[in-house]
Design a binder for this molecule. Structure first.
Ligand SMILES: *Cc1c(COP(=O)(O)O)cnc(C)c1O
Length: 449
């Protein structure tokens, strides 16, 4: 305990604090870190020497100031990686968000008349043009769109849904729970693998508000399956005066088939088939910012927007700006400017060339790697089971080091997220953005050394 008496006072240390430290972080933060370090020393009963103590102070400050949210390099080959923020925005969309974020915006004012507008007015004309829907609204995310749709249109009444479509989309988003939360009563029909139109028909009662179709976006049921088609369900719904609603999940606007993928259902197909209201995400295959879209009949959009929940899940101006700029690329068919579609469309030869270039650059630094054929995925609850052929860069290391190297890659200033395949650390060029090569290779060199 004698040693503890030699602990300097907070004030002494603050006076001694290097000028550069105070200038960089401000007095208050330096003071806080000094207090923390001293109390740690007091608790542990061991007094540090001065230089270790200042290192401790800096570490505490850094932990607070180095934001936990940082840009990272996605070398996983999963294009829509929910943990990594799903769709990277097009440059045009990122710039639009930046422009609008920095100042005031005509978010709820019509510049032509000076009258109060609503924020959905900005996106509605574009979305109706692109999808054929009568009207559209934007909310915070896909889950909010589905919840709002069910709450505003089916609260206190019955909603019929197939047992094959009671999906869980990660975490707490489970269809039966969303239905309960909306205050509607779920009426399950059919079986896991087969649900026919007559199953829905038999379940319609005077209390039915809607039939809900849910895109089983993250799994596949193969084999003996049957699904009621949207067109037949639309006819059925109309005959009985109930609504046909759809949670479409990904909400693609482009046809994925020409890219060698299974067709992901598109918003315009649902609208054309007669769905009354479609809910989907904007940051999956649409390639925009996190948002949820509602598309369909104008009267339903109006009802939904009047519900108090709409206010609780509304989008902000930055999101709207990024979404409009993303949709503008669809208007002009400039799809190659959308990172998600650019990555999907990447030619296998181009990916192989890039992987080979990485390999030879790393070789120059004595890092041995191998190229191996592999598979990228779309991810984000889109196109389950679909794979895109790619070339992986595999680090040649003892298998026992794979976990440690994966961690080291992630701990770089610009974290690199890779994956382990067959006991080897592999990196997929498909999802590494243009211009990230140097940082990626530097991270690999550090991580393996
Ligand atoms: C992804 C998904 C959701 C949730 O959308 P978020 O934008 O993540 O909130 C809901 N339903 C389906 C079918 C989905 O695929």
């Amino acid at each position: 305990m004698a040693k503890l008496r030699t602990l300097p006072s907070v004030n002494r240390l603050l006076e001694d604090a290097p000028d550069a430290l105070v200038r960089a972080h401000g007095r208050a933060l330096v003071l806080y870190a000094i207090q923390e370090v001293l109390s740690q020393e007091r608790e542990s009963g061991s007094v540090s020497d001065a230089s270790d103590r200042w290192k401790g102070v800096e570490a505490i400050i850094e932990a607070l100031r180095q934001p936990a949210l940082r840009a990272c390099i996605n070398a996983t080959g999963v294009i829509l990686h929910t943990n990594l923020g799903r769709a990277p925005l097009a440059e045009e969309a990122a710039q639009a968000a930046h422009r609008i974020a920095r100042g005031y915006a005509t978010l709820e004012i019509d510049p032509g008349t000076g009258r109060r507008g609503i924020r959905h007015d900005a996106v509605s004309p574009v979305l109706t043009y692109l999808t054929g829907a009568e009207d559209a609204a934007v909310v915070n995310n896909g889950a909010a769109a589905t919840l709002l749709m069910l709450t505003a249109l089916a609260r206190g009444r019955e909603v019929i849904v197939s047992r094959g479509e009671l999906v869980e989309i990660g975490g707490a988003f489970r269809m039966p729970e969303i239905m309960r939360l909306s205050g509607s009563r779920m009426v399950e029909v059919g079986t896991t693998n087969r649900t026919r139109v007559k199953d829905y028909e038999a379940a319609i009662t005077p209390k039915t508000a809607a039939i809900l179709k849910v895109h089983t976006s993250n799994f596949q049921v193969v084999g003996f399956t049957e699904n009621a088609g949207l067109k037949e369900l639309a006819v059925l719904a109309q005959q009985h005066g109930v609504l046909l609603l759809e949670d479409l999940g990904s909400g693609a606007l482009l046809d994925s088939a020409p890219f060698g993928l299974a067709p992901e259902p598109r918003v315009q197909e649902s609208i054309a088939a007669g769905v009354d209201l479609v809910a989907c995400s904007a940051d999956k295959m649409l390639g925009g910012p996190q948002a949820g879209l509602l598309l369909g009949r104008a009267t339903l959009i109006a009802t939904v927007l009047k519900h108090p929940l709409a206010r609780a899940v509304r989008v902000d101006k930055m999101t709207l700006a990024a979404l409009l700029a993303t949709l503008d690329l669809y208007l002009t068919q400039a799809y190659s400017l959308l990172p998600v579609w650019r990555m999907i469309a990447l030619a296998p030869g181009k990916i192989a060339d890039r992987a080979a270039a990485w390999k030879s650059r790393l070789e120059e630094d004595g890092v041995t790697t191998e190229l191996e054929p592999g598979e990228s995925t779309v991810g984000g609850g889109s196109l389950p089971g679909e794979r895109l052929p790619t070339t992986l860069l595999a680090l040649k290391l003892p298998k026992s080091r794979a976990g440690a190297v994966l961690d080291a890659l992630r701990r770089q200033t610009l974290p690199v997220i890779a994956r382990v395949h067959d006991g080897r650390v592999v990196l997929d060029p498909r999802t590494v953005l243009e211009g990230e090569d140097d940082a990626l290779l530097a991270a690999i060199r550090t991580a393996v050394s």
